[in-house]
Ligand binder design. Structure first.
Ligand SMILES: NC(=O)c1ccc[n+]([C@@H]2O[C@H](COP(=O)([O-])OP(=O)(O)OC[C@H]3O[C@@H](n4cnc5c(N)ncnc54)[C@H](O)[C@@H]3O)[C@@H](O)[C@H]2O)c1
Length: 411
């Protein structure tokens, strides 16, 4: 396959080399509105550039990878699908429900692979809860909490300034629930259920930095933090936080608790525990699973005197994967390449490439992605209405008969 990247910014740097290394990928190209950026990529990664997305669509690519700013994905994905290209998109899928619907319809009608690169899917807590939920260890699902915490002071101002010109604040004030997939995606993928109703509250920003507030951004959004209660299709309840003004740096994107009628999982900072009812149902079996879920580098440094402070600043997060992540399923060519985000991009790239080559549906396919994204758009609407309870539309399951890639084996 040949893949063309749109967006030569910060994040694509971790993905271009992986697509180049994958044995089932032939050519990798890139385009960016800013000529210096695409030239920088050409020089660094030895890839061909195109002057525009439209020109790139006319080339010999069969797939597109969208890495533009977070509010710009939907229309590019629709254009690519209409041109008959498979699409890998950085999250979120889109900002409008009608765009999400169109992406799902196009993928179904044309039989094209569409996938979002939802990193939370392969984060250790999500893998653990999803696996145990499927096995039945939790019993019936009851309640879970997940969050994506990213304070504006932790690198976000720079991210928005990098590509936002003088209008960067208008984009930076995007409603937190318009980027909901690191929390809601983790919950949907781990429960195997989807959201039916939501009620959400917003925290009116108090910083005075001119980013969040009525009239200050493209969405007229006053909230820097949003908290949604989600009523799920299996009768359980979830709570999702999307915070951009918060006194915590790490963890950022994680499931903090997950409860069923038989068992429970909890994460607190460096500790992960799993408690399961014994055969009598009257006593609990306790298992520490920290060394299974934490990154290998983090566990190696447990004895360091400044260990906790380093964890709080995320110093071990992106340097290695965790034992629960089956890196054995990845192409051997990936091994020397470290991609940040705990090595998750390797799984996402491998999923997409295999999905296109084998015509199988990847995890985080169009239907999954819609279920990660639409509840957030509705949650923001609820927050604007002071927490009103609103039904969440569901676009359903993928068409029957389309085989799925297995996330554990990658086959
Ligand atoms: N954990 C995660 O999943 C994760 C982490 C970081 C970033 N992201 C996502 O990755 C995406 C990219 O983030 P980034 O930090 O690299 O952004 P960035 O601002 O650094 O880069 C975006 C680039 O896209 C280019 N661009 C925009 N519209 C274009 C068009 N029509 N044609 C060609 N080029 C165009 C811009 O000029 C810019 O260079 C964002 O959507 C972000 O949300 C996801």
């Amino acid at each position: 396959m040949n893949i063309g990247f749109v967006g030569a910014g910060g994040f694509a740097k971790g993905f271009v080399p992986l697509f180049k290394l994958h044995p089932l990928v032939d050519k990798v190209y890139i385009t960016d509105l800013i000529p210096e950026r695409r030239e920088e990529y050409a020089a660094k990664f030895d890839i061909r550039t195109f002057e525009s997305f439209d020109v790139m669509l006319e080339s010999d690519i069969d797939s597109v990878a969208i890495f533009t700013q977070r509010h710009l994905h939907g229309p590019l994905a629709i254009k690519a699908l209409k041109s008959g290209k498979h699409v890998y998109s950085a999250v979120p899928m889109a900002n409008e429900i009608c765009e999400i619907q169109e992406i799902v319809d196009l993928a179904a009608r044309k039989g094209l692979i569409y996938m979002t690169g939802e990193t939370a899917y392969y984060y250790p807590g999500a893998i653990f809860c999803r696996t145990e939920m499927k096995k039945g260890s939790f019993g019936d699902f009851v309640y879970a909490e997940a969050q994506y915490y990213h304070d504006m002071n932790h690198g976000f101002y720079d991210v928005y300034k990098r590509s936002g010109s003088e209008n960067w604040k208008k984009v930076a004030g995007i409603p937190p629930m318009y980027y909901p997939t690191h929390s809601i995606g983790a919950l949907v993928s781990a429960t195997g259920a989807h959201v039916i109703k939501t009620s959400c509250f917003g925290f009116r920003d108090t910083s005075g930095d001119g980013v969040f507030g009525e009239g200050m951004n493209y969405w007229d959004n006053p909230f820097s933090n949003e908290t949604a209660l989600l009523y799920m299709s299996n009768g359980g309840v979830c709570r999702a936080n999307e915070f951009r003004r918060i006194g915590i740096k790490k963890s950022t994107s994680y499931i903090s608790c997950f409860y069923g009628t038989r068992a429970s999982y909890e994460e607190a900072f460096t500790e992960h525990v799993f408690m399961e009812a014994d055969e009598t149902g009257t006593k609990m079996k306790f298992r520490s699973i920290s060394s299974l879920l934490n990154s290998r580098v983090m566990e190696e440094h447990r004895g360091d005197p400044d260990f906790m402070e380093r964890v709080a600043n995320g110093e071990y997060d992106h340097r290695s994967s965790s034992p629960i992540m089956n890196t054995g399923r990845l192409p051997a060519e990936f091994k020397p390449e470290m991609s940040g985000h705990r090595g998750v991009p390797k799984f996402l790239v491998d999923d997409f490439v295999k999905a296109v080559n084998c015509n199988k549906l990847p995890p985080n396919n169009a239907w999954d992605s819609a279920r990660y994204n639409i509840p957030g758009l509705i949650a923001h609407e609820s927050a604007v209405k002071g927490g009103a309870l609103i039904d969440v539309p569901d676009l359903g399951d993928p068409p029957e008969g389309w085989d799925m890639l297995d996330p554990d084996s990658g086959i």
